[in-house]
Design a protein around this ligand. Structure first.
Ligand SMILES: [Zn+2]
Length: 1021
């Protein structure tokens, strides 16, 4: 009994004690003030949200929180509740990334909220990370688009908050590019770059060897001068283990009220410490980062912060590890202060696989038409901004390039240009691009008429000439050229060249009649050529013009009119096309050799210049390529094939889809040996039309004055009657001995060496011999042997590989019938509907092939690459026959007064007037170290000559995104220690620009950015 009464006494005392505790426990002041503690394991808690600017919903649906049946996501809630949560506790921190969302929100806020947010930014509670409009993709984007979209966000942050983002945060893109490391990280002044998606085999090895954090040297040419500290997350960009705290998340919350059931403080502290120790075991130094958040989280921010407050409080009371609110920049500084040496990483992180048969290499080609549209408008945006500056039209009321810039920025997102968004979202992107283009087109038309009339003093707002452009000329639709001529008027073609050197090229426009004559800007009749339009092109036109415009054109052109043009740098030339009554002009009708009865043309050789192509029509598509100037001879066999998309049926559920390429065998698209072809020959170019299958056609062009082959393909609708998805490729096979080696570009800039079935960072286990050897192409690829180089250049982002020695392959189109389980929950089955009848999407595009002597390919790739990215811009007007255009217009002009051109190894990649009246100028060296014996050298550009007649009052060199001085950026950047490094100096770069000399030096692969001030920029042409 005694013991029983003792037990009761104990129980009584315990309850009294508990009672006292609960009195204390009504309110707990969590201590969230912790910071770094030396000597302890420091767990940096980084609260973040990952907000895709379009994926399952459109960017605006995500922002306002509509269409929630698809995904419960409202970014407005994230930002609203973030303000409340940060206000409640000054120790709380948050990072925000996507400026497209932030800007939508910011313009809706009251001054009071804006002041509050400015205070958060100033105190470091809110940190802008990355800072571009979106978190761009890294495989299928062009470096100029990456720069432009990041600049838009960075300049906004500079203007509104006077801040420069210091950390790259590319947490979700599916693989990571060298250009991202050296250009979009180091050259924008980032101290570090963080992401999560790398190959699963690579990840395992890095965890085992504590090499998740490295110094990444992305550029051979810029070498150590563009290194960046790079952190790869050990799992993904989500919290480790069970630490998710959105309102509807299922992780156990910290229940620390003893009056309530399920008190679990110690349990949760143990979980936290275990997660920290496990991550510390694979990380160097005693700092680790927990990424506390994921997609569209913090919609009710307090629900996360309440838990994080408790963890900081109780974990630090526990004392085994130290944890606190942090940001990637605090984490980076701590890493830096640890004085560790880090392993060096070169090349890139492609391709990405997250499992055995899960290579994310399909998206390199997914939605090829959207990819093509984005690339066309990217080049157009560059040209339009030049014209906006030349005509100072930003200062006048009227159209601008801004909405095109915004639309292009959004579409660089890692679920936009990648083709991994839902169809309705892809439509939304296309609509934004169309709206942006329409406004920019008006600006370009107006600017060109102003320039053409400039000598006659009409002024920008009083121009009378109307110029039209033909965006749909790729589907043979150009009402200006078709209609004007048929109405008996003279067609005026103004050809604008946005490149910095003089350009001779051939333009082609559709015309209704072969009875025309072409005159140059001096009125001299010049040679032209009439080529019949291929039936495949006319078929494409009939469907797509109706699909895009809603109308069927009343008439149909019959011919392409081709003629050579000569256009000065940053300037235009004018050409005149007049209908004639009878033949006899210099418009030469092509000799045609159409298929004979057996379907084979009798003519087998084309090319009237240095390049000759001979066809062997008995063996599919085989060429004998010979260049008389270089003496290169090569036998090339081309074929079209398709991979059957794995359907993910039965036990093995991974199918080929928008992200993943998982082939299930190859099939020749054209098993017949003899392919019908028609040949058209003339003084300017020769064309060969191939009908490979009813759904694959191609036109091969050889221009008299060019030494490469242009191939136009029309692929689709990809047949799916057999219920099999197909991924269509073209292969070129040669006898070249390439020893598993090929080269692919990084975002249209550096070329990276690829070795089949090999990775430089780990011993690759090959499970997917095709998909695992695919790489993204933006500029192109090449192979080489002891004597020659074979190069292919592309007109948009696509995937490519070299699956056998001597062979190159491009993936042109994909139509798939199953979702690949990566979240988009749709199959990649694009269709186009006309009159409610829908059929598979047809894709039209071009690639270019050249075979050069070893060592000479780079010059062709770089120069032609510029021509492809910036095609000549055509604008059409008309005049009555009998009137004289030159009475009211000048017919040629150049920004440089036609007396200066850029060196062959330099491109002007940005020329843009900014809101504050300054001018943004970027110059890019086009060659890598050692790439070309003559051109991989220091280049220089004379700005006085470039801006002839205009006085540069001020010049400031800036970071790549023009948000800080270059000196400032260099001074502030952290210099990291590399394992085993001898600490050698970096490469030579261009010297600072002397403000009286105004000469810009550029070392190989260097891009330099300047803000210029002019007295008042004007052109007196
Ligand atoms: Zn994402």
């Amino acid at each position: 009994m005694a013991s029983l009464s003792r037990l009761f006494l104990l129980l009584f005392l315990f309850l009294v004690h508990l009672r006292w505790c609960t009195v204390d426990a009504v309110y707990i002041a969590y201590n969230t003030s912790a910071g770094i503690v030396e000597g302890k394991l420091n767990v940096h808690l980084v609260p973040h949200t990952h907000d895709d600017v379009g994926w399952l919903k459109t960017v605006d649906q995500y922002y306002v929180g509509s269409n929630n049946s698809i995904q419960g996501a409202c970014v407005q809630n994230v930002l609203d509740s973030m303000v409340q949560a940060l206000m409640e506790d000054k120790n709380r921190k948050f990072i925000y990334v996507e400026q497209a969302f932030f800007q939508r929100w910011w313009r809706q806020q009251s001054n009071a909220v804006k002041d509050l947010v400015r205070r958060f930014v100033k105190s470091g509670q809110l940190e802008f990370t990355n800072g571009g409009m979106c978190m761009h993709d890294e495989a299928t984007v062009h470096y100029i688009d990456m720069i432009d979209q990041t600049t838009l966000g960075h300049r906004f942050l500079k203007m509104e908050f006077e801040i420069v983002p210091k950390i790259g945060w590319q947490i979700d893109p599916f693989g990571h590019s060298a250009v991202q490391a050296y250009l979009l990280s180091a050259e924008v002044g980032f101290d570090a770059l963080y992401f999560s998606r790398i190959d699963y085999q690579d990840l395992t090895k890095r965890k085992d060897t504590k090499t998740l954090e490295v110094i990444w040297r992305g550029s051979k040419s810029l070498s150590s001068s563009s290194d960046v500290f790079t952190g790869i997350f050990p799992k993904d960009y989500e919290p480790p283990g069970d630490f998710y705290f959105e309102v509807d998340d299922t992780s156990p919350v910290v229940q620390d009220d003893p009056l309530l059931f399920d008190y679990n403080v110690q349990e949760r502290v143990n979980d936290f410490v275990a997660a920290a120790v496990s991550q510390a075991n694979i990380t160097r130094s005693n700092h680790i980062m927990f990424t506390m958040g994921t997609d569209f989280r913090y919609q009710y921010a307090k629900s996360w912060f309440r838990q994080l407050d408790k963890f900081i409080h109780y974990v630090n009371l526990d004392g085994r590890v130290n944890t606190f609110y942090s940001t990637p920049s605090i984490y980076t500084k701590a890493k830096y202060a640890s004085n560790e040496s880090w392993p060096l990483k070169t090349d890139d992180f492609f391709p990405y696989a997250d499992g055995l048969n899960r290579y994310w290499t399909g998206y390199f080609t997914s939605r090829p038409a959207l990819k093509g549209y984005i690339r066309v408008l990217s080049g157009y945006y560059l040209a339009a901004r030049q014209l906006e500056l030349l005509t100072s039209s930003r200062n006048k009321k009227g159209p601008t390039t801004d909405s095109l810039g915004d639309a292009l920025a959004l579409t660089q997102h890692h679920d936009a240009v990648t083709g991994t968004e839902k169809q309705h979202v892809a439509n939304d992107y296309a609509k934004r691009l169309a709206i942006g283009y329409t406004e920019a087109e008006r600006l370009v038309g107006k600017s060109l008429s102003y320039l053409a009339e400039s000598a006659f003093g009409s002024g920008f707002s009083n121009t009378s000439t109307k110029f039209e452009q033909c965006l749909l000329i790729n589907v043979t639709y150009c009402p200006s050229s078709e209609l004007h001529l048929s109405r008996g008027k003279r067609l005026v073609v103004l050809v604008y060249n946005s490149l910095g050197w003089n350009r001779e090229d051939v333009i082609r426009i559709p015309v209704a009649s072969e009875l025309v004559l072409v005159q140059d800007h001096e009125g001299t009749e010049i040679e032209s050529q009439i080529i019949p339009i291929a039936n495949a092109s006319l078929d494409l036109r009939r469907t797509y013009v109706k699909a895009y415009t809603g109308n069927s054109p009343s008439m149909e052109p019959k011919f392409w009119l081709a003629f050579s043009v000569n256009v000065p740098p940053f300037g235009f030339s004018t050409y005149f096309i007049t209908p004639t009554k009878e033949k006899g002009s210099k418009a030469i009708i092509s000799d045609s050799y159409v298929p004979q009865e057996n379907g084979i043309s009798t003519i087998r050789e084309v090319g009237s210049g240095n390049l000759r192509l001979k066809f062997d029509t008995e063996k599919g598509i085989s060429y004998h390529y010979s260049n008389r100037r270089t003496s290169v001879n090569s036998s090339i066999e081309q074929s079209y094939l398709y991979y059957k998309g794995f359907d993910g049926s039965k036990t093995d559920t991974q199918s080929s889809g928008a992200y993943v390429f998982r082939p299930n065998g190859t099939v020749s698209a054209a098993p017949e040996i003899k392919i019908p072809l028609a040949v058209y020959k003339g003084p300017i170019l020769d064309e060969v039309h191939f009908k490979i299958t009813p759904w694959i056609q191609q036109i091969v062009r050889v221009y008299k004055k060019k030494e490469h082959v242009e191939v136009e393909y029309i692929v689709g609708p990809v047949p799916i009657d057999d219920k099999v998805g197909k991924e269509v490729v073209t292969q070129f096979s040669t006898f070249m001995e390439t020893n598993k080696t090929f080269y692919t570009d990084s975002n249209g800039r550096d070329f990276i060496k690829r070795i089949r079935d090999f990775r430089s960072d780990w011993e690759l286990k090959v499970h997917e011999p095709v998909a695992g050897n695919y790489y993204p192409l933006n500029l192109g690829m090449f192979i080489k042997d002891k004597s020659t180089e074979l190069s292919l250049l592309v007109d948009r982002a696509i995937g490519g590989s070299s699956i056998l020695d001597g062979q190159v392959e491009l993936m042109l189109h994909r139509r798939l019938l199953h979702d690949d389980g990566k979240g988009v929950a749709e199959s990649l089955n694009e269709t186009v509907c006309v009159n409610d009848k829908c059929d598979g999407l047809i894709v039209q595009g071009k690639f270019y092939l050249s075979v050069d002597p070893l060592g000479e390919g780079a010059r062709w790739r770089r120069t032609t690459g510029q021509d492809i990215y910036s095609p000549l811009l055509l604008a059409f007007s008309e005049e009555e026959i009998g009137t004289k255009w030159t009475d009211k217009h000048i017919t040629t002009l150049s920004l440089t007064g036609n007396s200066y051109k850029l060196p062959d190894n330099v491109a002007l990649i940005t020329l843009q007037s900014l809101e504050d009246g300054s001018v943004l100028l970027r110059l890019a060296h086009l060659y890598e170290v050692g790439e070309d014996k003559d051109l991989s050298v220091m280049a220089s550009v004379n700005l006085k000559k470039l801006f002839k007649g205009n006085k540069i009052r001020g010049i400031k060199e800036t970071s790549l995104t023009a948000n800080q001085g270059r000196d400032e950026m260099e001074k502030n950047r952290l210099k990291w220690r590399i394992e085993g490094s001898d600490g050698l100096e970096g490469p030579v770069r261009g010297r600072p620009v002397d403000s009286s000399e105004l000469v810009v030096e550029l070392a190989p692969m260097e891009i330099r950015t300047f803000l210029l001030l002019f007295d008042s920029l004007s052109y007196d042409f």
